[in-house]
Design a protein around this ligand. Structure first.
Ligand code: SF4
Ligand code: SF4
Length: 377
């Protein structure tokens, strides 16, 4: 899949053709675009809408767009949205029921997706996040029909990451900055010696689409340049998770005083869960009309930081901020790997940038490691 002779070179104008080919195959294209002061995922009709010449500066509790001095299209870090917003939507109707005058009740399940998405320009961490969601929502014993109807038949064009943000730590989760799989096409943007892309197909569907886009063999030199750009990105990533086995660390650190410390700063607002591309928790609401003849059940995103989320008869299981933060981080980094074999975190850094209190999952994990083993955080 990464053999040099399979890599193609596509000029920037080729994106126009790529969009046309995808549209011609019935896909609704979703990709990054500047909107509302951030790089947001939007339905796109033209590559002109991509964030050409934009980047974002991030730090704990901070995200600011910045104009670049070049025309890079995919050199921006993760915005507040991810593919989750489209595949596992914030609100979905699970069923509706209507009663007829003879008291017969008709129920209708969730509406199947009316669009087939082609995601263009997701970074590798976000493709890894889709793989995490697949494990939970599609590959289990009870696949979620809302998710699978959106996920089935998606086409993914990944943009390898060449300029990570200060909040990124995908090298700790093995989810970037290079694309390892889970995509139909992979692009690596080159800016020196001309603006173009080294493109590889990762599936028969990707090869089929690529065959319709003007391209030529990339050649060994440009393939090497693309690999170097990704290697430089990996070397530029400074944030990292502790090196020791995290499931054991979180199991051992259950009563650590670090939880009191983070709880004194955490607002339990749930922002980190809303922006996280792998958080999938939901709650349900039932509504009826005034006649009592029509009822609906809706599902909406919920958060383990919401006190009602763990409510069982008599009160919430996790009443304190301390227990709620511990639950969130321990699930991401500790119990998820045990259950699924991969962490529930893909190192995108969104929760760090969009936390109003500037709480940083890597620093909290490091603090726990330092407290538990007395090592360097
Ligand atoms: S860690 Fe930050 S974003 Fe998450 S609930 Fe606490 S304050 Fe909100
Ligand atoms: S926990 Fe934070 S860094 Fe990890 S995937 Fe979620 S938002 Fe990204």
């Amino acid at each position: 899949m990464r053999a040099d002779d399979e890599a193609q070179l596509v000029d920037v104008d080729g994106l126009e053709v790529l969009f046309a080919v995808l549209r011609g195959r019935g896909y609704t294209i979703v990709g990054p675009a500047v909107r509302d002061g951030a790089v947001m995922l939007s339905e796109l009709t033209s590559p002109d809408q991509l964030p050409r010449g934009w980047a974002a500066d991030t730090e704990a509790g901070r995200y600011r767009l910045r104009r670049r001095t070049d025309d890079a299209i995919f050199a921006h870090c993760a915005g507040p949205q991810s593919a989750k917003d489209f595949l596992h939507p914030p609100r979905a109707r699970l069923w509706s029921a209507d009663s007829a005058p003879d008291d017969d009740v008709t129920t209708t399940g969730p509406a199947p997706a009316d669009k087939r998405y082609a995601f263009v320009g997701l970074h590798p961490c976000d493709v890894a996040a889709i793989n995490v969601l697949d494990r939970v929502l599609a590959r289990g014993r009870y696949p979620d029909p809302v998710y699978t109807s959106r996920r089935d038949g998606t086409f993914i064009v990944v943009a390898e990451c060449t300029e990570p943000a200060a909040t990124c730590f995908c090298t700790s989760t093995a989810t970037g900055p290079g694309a390892a799989g889970g995509f139909d096409l992979s692009l690596t943007e080159l800016l020196t010696g001309g603006h173009r892309f080294v493109v590889r197909s990762g599936s028969p569907a990707g090869a089929d689409v690529l065959a319709e886009v003007p391209s030529r063999p990339a050649g060994a030199d440009l393939v090497a340049s693309a690999a170097e750009a990704v290697d430089r990105a990996a070397a530029a990533i400074n944030r990292r998770l502790p090196g020791q086995p995290l499931p054991a660390l979180f199991a051992a650190g259950r009563e650590s005083p670090v939880w009191d410390d983070v709880a004194s700063r955490c607002l339990t607002c749930g922002n980190c869960t809303m922006v996280c591309p792998t958080c999938f928790c939901t709650t349900t609401e039932d509504v009826t009309d005034l006649s009592g003849e029509h009822a609906e059940r809706w599902r909406r995103w919920d958060s383990c930081f919401d006190i009602d989320f763990s409510y069982v008869h008599g009160g919430p299981v996790r009443a304190s901020a301390k227990s709620r933060y511990r639950q969130w981080i321990s699930h991401k980094l500790g119990t998820w790997p045990e259950q699924f074999g991969v962490p529930g975190c893909v190192g995108c850094g969104r929760c760090i940038a969009w936390c109003p209190a500037g709480i940083d999952i890597t620093r909290e994990a490091a603090a726990l490691a330092a407290a538990e083993v007395g090592g360097e955080p």
